[in-house]
Design a protein around this ligand. Structure first.
Ligand code: C6P
Length: 422
């Protein structure tokens, strides 16, 4: 049973959160600052998550036992390395319920996955006058690649607006639509507003009109069950490091039919079938899109991360985070002078806020003095900041290993910060 009541023991998927926390060495870190010593309260999970011991051990074991390049070596260590690499791909396939492992392309992260689609699919299938539909709440990673492509090809970008509460105005989809829209690319979970968008509705709307749909899953895949077949999206990009895995590894899911039709993006070793001096032919999926030596240890770590999340259960993680968020929101809003940006009905554990008269950078540093990690800045989302009419915000973002007691620490520290900065 999941609970965040102060007098009960919080649990996720049958384990207590305290027990879960003991799997994460960094969560026991003591932060020494300004003569004070505090156990870390890590509340910057939208930026990157902490890693459990099983991920660290899997990566160390790979380097200690099986380090060799993949798909090239015929000796035992090379076979082991290749097997680990491909097992990780199958674990990711199961995790998002892709129909085939060939639909899972390893990239370096969400940013790289979206750029791959822009460079490969976009250049091949968009032409002058075509249009791309995005939302006003995109991270720069799902905006700037399309700006570059639009400039190169003479395409136009359109945007679904969001309203006061931080919800997309989906009732305006019909009037916003144009027959020239060939691609809809939308964020699932906002890294600023916390909004969880109804991407299924947008994907279906796009498909009914013959457009391709890409989902930026950077802030959703780590936090809730995402089933690509149920969602029916054409592409889904996400990052390993936000879901317990290491940095440097990400995933682009793509429907086989589309991936087959696309030209390669990066060229070099592994992505070819045969090469002559003046031309080449391409390897089969997924290797056509995996040029060069991949980040092998990182894929092994990602496989262990996905196993960890799978054992806990993504539905249990989502439910616990919902309760923790419901605990956090009213308490944050009760801090004198604090404004939270984003109060969508469907929201995750991302809280951007400002405290009257205190710069968010000062706030973040003050909180660090109490061992509390939050991010401050524009969160790679200048257009959102502009729409909210702020230069920056502070942001606390939760994961399933956070405790109600950490929210209490944050709230107490924010109240003291308000007094400190006067
Ligand atoms: N947001 C944050 O602190 P990469 O950097 O490629 O792993 O992920 C990019 C990205 C794409 N989409 C969304 C919605 C994101 O939140 C992010 C990463 C981090 O909010 C770093 S800016």
């Amino acid at each position: 049973m999941v609970t965040t009541k102060a007098d009960a023991v919080p649990r996720v998927g049958g384990r207590t959160v305290e027990e879960i926390r003991s799997d994460f060495p960094a969560l026991a870190r003591i932060i020494e600052r300004d003569g004070k010593s505090n156990v870390v309260a890590y509340l910057d999970n939208a930026a990157t998550s902490q890693k459990p011991r099983s991920v660290l051990d899997a990566m160390a074991a790979y380097y200690e036992r099986s380090n060799a390049n993949v798909h090239r070596a015929l000796y035992t260590m090379g076979e082991e390395s290749t097997a680990l690499y491909e097992e990780s791909r199958r674990a990711v396939q199961r995790f998002v319920n892709a129909a085939r492992p060939t639909e899972i392309i390893y990239t370096s992260g969400t940013t790289a996955g979206i750029n791959l689609v822009a460079h490969s699919w976009g250049r091949a299938f968009l032409s002058e006058g075509d249009e791309i539909l995005l939302t006003e709440m995109e991270h720069h990673s799902n905006l700037v690649p399309w700006q570059l492509l639009a400039k190169e090809k003479g395409c136009r970008l359109r945007f679904i607006p969001f309203g006061e509460s931080g919800e997309l105005e989906l009732d305006r989809l019909e009037t916003l639509w144009s027959d020239r829209i060939k691609l809809v690319s939308i964020v699932h979970g906002s890294n600023v507003l916390g909004t969880v968008n109804d991407v299924k509705r947008i994907v279906d709307f796009a498909h009914e009109r013959g457009a391709v749909a890409l989902v930026d899953g950077a802030q959703s895949v780590p936090h809730e069950p995402v089933d690509v077949q149920a969602l029916d999206c054409d592409f889904l990009a996400f990052s390993g490091h936000k879901m317990l895995g290491p940095t440097g590894i990400g995933i682009l899911y793509g429907k086989e039919r589309l991936l087959e039709s696309m030209p390669p993006f990066l060229a070099g070793g592994e992505m070819i079938e045969a090469v002559w001096l003046d031309h080449a032919t391409w390897n089969s999926l997924p290797y056509k899109f995996e040029a060069g030596t991949p980040p092998i240890a990182e894929t092994v770590g990602l496989g262990a991360a996905v196993d960890y999340l799978g054992k806990l259960g993504m539905a249990a993680i989502r439910d616990y985070e919902r309760e923790l968020s419901a605990y956090a929101l009213p308490r944050l809003k009760a801090v004198p002078g604090l404004k939270v940006y984003g109060e969508a009905k469907r929201r995750g554990g991302v809280f951007s806020f400002n405290v009257d008269g205190v710069h968010p950078h000062d706030l973040a540093q003050y909180l660090d003095g109490e061992g509390i990690c939050v991010r401050s800045g524009h969160h790679c989302a200048h257009p959102i900041m502009r729409k909210l009419d702020v230069a920056a915000t502070a942001r606390a973002s939760l994961y399933f290993y956070n405790l109600p007691a950490e929210i209490d620490r944050l709230v107490g520290a924010l109240e003291r910060a308000k007094e400190f900065f006067g």
